[in-house]
Design a protein around this ligand. Structure first.
Ligand SMILES: [Cu+2]
Length: 94
């Protein structure tokens, strides 16, 4: 019985190691209310390769889980920029 559980746990780890899910946290300025958050989230969810998108208006932060084999971080930023809200570049980038 114990070995079955262990095997299941091992399978779980192997599965997550093979998945190519990546998480991006993107700072977005200009969002002021729930409707803003919804429009950003919808546009990301329409983007190919995006698994889920979570938008925090308070923090001005968008968290996207995506398949990095299908879509790039830059494409996510482009999708947000198309909604009219502005992606803030991280300080270390120029
Ligand atoms: Cu709004």
């Amino acid at each position: 019985m114990k070995s079955t559980v262990l095997f299941a746990i091992l399978l779980l780890f192997a599965g997550s190691a093979m998945a190519r899910d990546a998480t991006a946290q993107i700072k977005v300025s200009g969002m002021t209310c729930g409707a803003c958050a919804v429009s950003v989230r919808r546009s990301l969810e329409k983007t190919k390769g995006v698994k889920s998108a979570d938008v925090s208006v308070d923090k001005g932060l968008v968290t996207v889980v995506y398949d990095d084999g299908q879509v790039t971080d830059q494409q996510l930023r482009d999708a947000i920029n198309k909604t009219g809200f502005k992606v803030e570049l991280p300080k270390e980038q120029k």
